[in-house]
Design a binder for this molecule. Structure first.
Ligand code: ADP
Ligand code: MG
Length: 241
């Protein structure tokens, strides 16, 4: 299931946050959106998830415009927002059953899916714990499990690893890559961390609201004669940190 973004611009009043974005995500792949704070990543996610209405340009998912066919398209998306949206005072189970109900699943339908997702994240023993008592990495896993409950074909993750220690970050990142391979999931992973991008990822570099480059990291490095993604980023943006 691919996503096509065409001539997309978005302003907050006089601030142009996204400027003429053209981008195609590849099906069943790990697509990275790399850009520093303020680049426009979350704004793009807000448009993809219809939190904000489109101002100009279009987004289509599997050939359907999100403005014209919102219900069909939204069903195919799973989302993990930058800020956690779990209810800390509810248990893991309560958070997940509530979400399943929002997607029209009965308890009977939801139960096996919840077990399956939690087992996959090694969280099957935490079902009755309040989310407040889980560490940051486990909370993120619960959010990803929740986002996958309705079996979306596309998973959007906005800086999912912020605030996690490097080992947890790495394992989360690997887990999503695995899902892309084994289940043909299309992932769109926004980050400002270069080390989360691997050479065979499709990476889009977003800077000050503009797409500076979009291709596999390896292709881009070769094309721009850069040894790695960090030097590619420096070369394209002029930012030396
Ligand atoms: P990122 O997620 O890459 O850090 P954002 O999409 O959050 O970037 O922000 C892009 C730009 O839009 C920034 O300059 C930010 O200050 C601005 N911005 C984001 N949200 C709002 C808002 N609700 N109102 C006004 N400006 C905003
Ligand atoms: Mg953001």
């Amino acid at each position: 299931m691919s996503i096509d973004i065409r001539n997309l611009s978005f302003s907050y009043g006089s601030l142009l946050a996204l400027e003429d974005i053209n981008l195609t995500l590849q099906e069943g792949r790990f697509n990275a959106l790399l850009g520093p704070n303020g680049a426009g990543k979350s704004t793009l996610f807000a448009l993809l998830t219809r939190l904000y209405a489109l101002q100009s340009g279009d987004i289509s998912i599997a050939g359907h415009s999100i403005a014209q066919h919102p219900a069909q398209v939204m069903r195919k998306l799973g989302v993990v927002f930058q800020q956690s949206t779990l209810d800390l005072d509810l248990t893991v189970a309560q958070n997940l059953y509530y979400h399943a109900a929002l997607h029209g699943m009965s308890k009977r339908q939801a139960r096996p899916r919840i077990s399956e997702q939690l087992a996959r994240f090694d969280l099957q023993d935490r079902l009755d714990e309040k989310v407040r008592h889980l560490n940051g990495g486990h909370r993120r896993r619960v959010e990803i499990a929740r986002a996958l409950l309705h079996k979306p074909e596309i998973l959007l993750l906005d800086e999912p690893s912020v605030g996690l220690d490097p080992a947890t970050r790495e394992s989360l990142n690997q887990h999503i890559r695995q899902l892309c391979q084994t289940e043909q999931l299309t992932a769109f992973w926004a980050t400002h961390l270069m080390e989360e991008v691997q050479s065979d990822d499709l990476v889009t570099i977003l800077f000050k609201g503009k797409v500076l480059a979009s291709d596999t990291a390896a292709q881009l490095c070769q094309q721009h004669r850069c040894a790695d993604i960090s030097s590619l980023f420096r070369s394209l943006t002029g930012v030396t940190e």
